[in-house]
Design a protein around this ligand. Structure first.
Ligand SMILES: [Zn+2]
Length: 141
């Protein structure tokens, strides 16, 4: 995806770093980019970028950073996800980081194979990122 997909007002606040589009404008206290919503309030920069590039975010859904970089607003690194799954992903990512640091064979299908599949997918993305390849979206349940 090209930076020109976003309006110039957003482009001027983005620093392209590798494959990530790092928001250099205002940020909220959690490290996410913040922009005006056009109605006197503010909204998250990555949600605005996603909406402009890919369309409306379904009611009640959250946007997950596939690249794990909070300040990134590259629509290709953003994925719609339920809040419940997004919370679950925190644990999954911690597990994946542990697995990456402690390589070991993954045994036969565990009871929650869905979670293992996520870990495997994240490890694949970490490897792809290291090779400069684009991230793949997570499978959704
Ligand atoms: Zn990114």
């Amino acid at each position: 995806m090209n930076l020109s997909v976003l309006p110039p007002t957003m482009q001027s606040k983005i620093r392209v770093t590798g494959d990530c589009w790092i928001w250099t404008g205002a940020k909220n206290n959690k490290g996410y980019g913040s922009v005006t919503n056009g109605h006197g309030g503010s909204m998250l920069a990555h949600r605005k970028a996603y909406t402009i590039a890919k369309g409306p975010i379904p009611e009640g859904m959250t946007i997950d950073h596939i690249c794990e970089v909070k300040a990134c607003v590259n629509p290709d690194h953003l994925q719609v996800m339920s809040r419940a799954l997004n919370v679950e992903m925190v644990g999954v990512r911690a597990q994946a980081r542990f697995n990456a640091a402690h390589p070991r064979p993954i045994g036969p299908a565990a009871p929650d194979f869905g979670l293992l599949a996520f870990v495997k997918h994240l490890e694949t993305n970490l490897a792809r990122g290291a090779e400069g390849l684009p991230y793949l979206p997570y499978p959704t349940k």
